[in-house]
Design a protein around this ligand. Structure first.
Ligand code: KG4
Ligand code: ZN
Length: 342
């Protein structure tokens, strides 16, 4: 596998971060992120129309900042990579329009990247040596998937959530507990020093499965809030929610790694920022003798560095998607070799 030397501009606008990054000479040279968290906080979640409008406002300044931080100008670029699926259609369209305009003006090859492929490959930006196959747990606000990465571009989805994503479970529980938005970080902070066994919460599917389910947790938290009222200990409740989510993610991933005999496990996506999850999965992998890798924090939450890196891989293989590709709210991972199995 030979990565394109660049410079490649990556663009990401699939949800609530406007991001641009530059890949050049075998490394990420800049990664600029304009977050919309403050905007969406007033509604307690991402409002698609507002997200698209905010992307329109920030996309050009963010592109300029990424180029300038990398010490480059548009004329230096050799390719463009942009997230075109899955995500909010209005939001995706802003990044894709910017990318196509650049590519068409400057006669550059362009690569349409699947957002989850970006998250998967983020594990390799700083750890190119991770042994294949690597088992990756992708956990974000919209996704919870267990994917076997056989090689760059060869992915096998082994398990996934049947309902809410792990990040969604954090966000919804935080809202029910009145802990604010976004919920993952709020729960992690509130859980410090709390007793994770104080409140017993369901961990979703039992038994020998590689899938996940988090909708029962939300219902249980709702019931807990109703039942306990003012006597609810928020610190213990946050610790219990975090424990319920983290333990099922870490344990199921470790068990799958053991079953498959893989030598490396990667934790990627926004929820990979969670310290309890990092610690538990690291401990489980150490016991198995498997390498454990988690990207730097800036490559966990949505970012364009992972999109530029995926672009370096795809453009390096000579792929060029041209200017006709569309955006999609839902899409399978490219080159999936086998369907999800329970
Ligand atoms: O990957 P990401 O930035 O966006 C999506 O593609 O969805 O992930 C955002 C999710 C949110 O649900 C947020 O609550 C969660 O990541 N998150 C965390 C933490 N930081 C962000 N969840 C748990 N613990 C954290 N420290
Ligand atoms: Zn994401």
């Amino acid at each position: 596998m030979s990565l394109h030397p660049g410079p490649i501009l990556g663009i990401e606008t699939s949800c609530d971060e406007t991001s641009a990054a530059v890949w050049a000479d075998g490394e990420i040279r800049s990664n600029v992120v304009a977050s919309q968290i403050a905007l969406h906080r007033q509604w307690g979640g991402v409002v698609p129309e507002a997200a698209a409008r905010a992307h329109v406002e920030s996309v050009v300044p963010v592109l300029e900042a990424a180029l300038s931080e990398a010490g480059l100008s548009v004329g230096d670029l050799k390719g463009v990579a942009v997230t075109n699926r899955p995500g909010l259609v209005g939001a995706l369209n802003v990044g894709v329009t910017a990318a196509k305009t650049l590519a068409s003006f400057h006669g550059l090859p362009i690569c349409a990247v699947h957002h989850i492929e970006g998250h998967l490959l983020s594990a390799f930006i700083e750890h190119r040596e991770l042994p294949m196959p690597t088992l990756a747990l992708v956990v974000s606000g919209g996704h919870t998937e267990l994917v076997l990465v056989r090689a760059f571009g060869r992915y096998e989805v082994l398990g996934e959530t049947l309902d809410d994503a792990a990040g969604e479970a954090f966000d919804k529980s935080a809202r029910l507990l009145g802990l604010g938005y976004p919920g993952g970080r709020a729960i992690q902070e509130r859980a410090t020093g709390g007793n994770p066994e104080r409140y017993r919460l369901p961990q979703g599917l039992e038994g020998d499965t590689r899938n996940f389910s988090f909708s029962g947790l939300k219902t249980a938290v709702m019931r807990l809030v109703d039942l306990e009222g003012d006597s609810l200990d928020l610190t213990d409740a946050a610790a219990s929610v975090q424990h319920a989510i983290v333990s099922v993610l870490a344990d199921r991933t470790a068990r799958t790694a053991e079953d498959l005999g893989v030598r490396a496990v990667a934790l990627v996506g926004g929820v990979a920022a969670n310290q309890a999850l990092r610690d538990r999965l690291a401990m489980r992998c150490a016991r198995l003798g498997a390498a454990f890798s988690v990207p730097a924090m800036e490559y966990c939450t949505d970012n364009a560095a992972m999109i530029a890196f995926a672009g370096a891989f795809r453009l390096g293989r000579g792929e060029d998607d041209g200017l006709e590709f569309d955006v999609h709210s839902n899409a399978e991972l490219p080159s999936v070799t086998s369907p999800a199995s329970g």
